[in-house]
Design a protein around this ligand. Structure first.
Ligand code: HQG
Length: 184
């Protein structure tokens, strides 16, 4: 398994389904690293060890994971569908943030607003470039401009994850502009 495959496996376990390898996760999203290694090796024959996990965490392109201060636990920084509290700080967002999605979702988004879907939060990007790459995961991409200043002024809450992804709840359609539609 290469680093990308291990990162995907960690995302699956730490964001969505720890039960895949019978992992226990606490209410803050932490799992014991030794248990993760033992169970991954027992149930999936992964051949993981501590050095490999540390390497994946340190070199991960989006810094998706954190290891606890005592070195014993690991968790995903954001992207969860399991209901855990990763102790996010409530913060004031920049005036504008971006959301990358696929053109086929546009009608629904402009009718119902952005919804977290299976995740805990709607994910917003700091730059159009990042939003574009997020959108491409779903098909023909489109970048939405979110008037986060107006949302913040109206009392909507925003959180900044450890790896600098902006998170919020539902985004009503009136705060969304689609002028940056890209046909690429
Ligand atoms: C769409 C990646 C129809 C939404 C990325 C998105 C991100 C609607 C999809 C992170 C809708 C959900 C999250 C509505 C929202 N009608 N479609 N009302 N509201 N949608 O994967 O934001 O590499 O759960 O636009 O970089 O694409 O995994 O969310 O297209 O930060 O670390 O429903 O995942 O990070 O898709 O991606 P997702 P996302 P990682």
């Amino acid at each position: 398994m290469n680093a990308k495959e291990i990162s995907k496996f960690l995302s699956l376990l730490l964001r969505h389904s720890p039960e895949t390898i019978h992992l226990r996760m606490d209410e803050n999203g932490w799992v014991d690293i030794k248990e993760l290694i033992d169970n991954a090796n027992t149930y999936k024959g992964m051949g993981l060890n501590l050095a490999v996990i540390k390497e994946v965490v340190e070199t991960n392109d989006k810094q998706r994971f954190s290891i606890s201060g005592d070195g014993g636990k690991i968790r995903a920084n954001q992207g969860h569908s399991v209901p855990v509290d990763v102790e996010l700080a409530c913060e004031t967002p920049p005036a504008v943030l971006y959301h990358g999605t696929a053109t086929r979702f546009l009608d629904s988004i402009m009718k119902d607003g952005l919804k977290p879907a299976s995740r805990q939060y709607v994910h917003l990007s700091m730059t159009e470039a990042v939003a574009l790459s997020v959108g491409k995961r779903h098909g023909r991409p489109v970048i939405l401009r979110i008037d986060t200043k107006a949302m913040h002024e109206e009392g909507y809450k925003f959180y900044l994850s450890e790896n600098k992804v902006w998170l919020t709840g539902d985004v009503p359609a009136r705060f969304i502009k689609t002028e940056d539609r890209l046909d690429v």
